[in-house]
Design a protein around this ligand. Sequence first.
Ligand SMILES: O=C(O)CCC(=O)C(=O)O
Length: 285
Amino acid sequence: MNTPTTSEERKFRLTPEERSSWDENGYFVRHDVFTEEENDLLTQVADDIALGKIPFPDHRIFQSALVRDGKVEASGIYAMHSIHQMNLYSPEFLERTRDPRLTDPVVDILGPDLLGLNSLYIWKPPKIGLGFPWHQDRWYTRPQFKTETTVGTWTAIDPSDIENGCLYVIPGSHKIGILEHVELEGSQQQEFKQAEGARDEDGVAVEIPPGSVIFFDNRILHKSTDNKTERFRRSNIAHYMSAKAERVQHKNVKHIRPVMWVRGKIYPTLSNEVYRDVLPFSESE
Ligand SMILES: O=C(O)CCC(=O)C(=O)O
């Protein structure tokens, strides 16, 4: 299994400006990467999963309770929050994960041989979509994979701005090492812990229009805020790792993170566990 990986064949390589922003700040933004129609296709699949029209493993689907003044409302209203590991089950999301518009720049950062880690779709519904605390994604992958860093790509489906809960980053924080992450109190958003010592005043809001992509080093401190508008703030996030990474064998790791082939070679260290195509729903990983 091979895709072209030479620089001549890669149309969407890093520009020198993107490279210097990557090195200095730990992220860069590329505009007009995907069209509305292309994003609509992902939205349709995600909505169909949410509505139960496409089967998907329950343990990959997260919902948010309605929260007011920091308290979960007794009304029992829940809204879709996120779905994880989209590319393990959805051919459309797998195709997006392998799209050279996402992977060409990542090849310049991680090398030609890439595996996909988590691929998420996040809703952040009007008024009740919750933010994520400051965190470093590497804190989550470090116990499982020996590799310097991984790369995240964050594609806006809707306009993403301060009012509806866009992504914030702390530029340069990919160089400070991985901070301790602690349990969050007072919120029902249970997916992420809080990085200790990250300060709001150092954060920069990364507001982007639909179809634009934020490429970010998974050691960078990032967060997002609640959606205070009547609009959705939906996004698709695909994470990548070098195929040369090695699995850390920890006995007490609760959930083994699955890896999907994206492009280039597969190495013996992970070859037994790399998924090469979408799984039938019945085959829960
Ligand atoms: O999309 C968001 O609001 C935050 C997502 C995020 O922080 C992540 O996927 O690591």
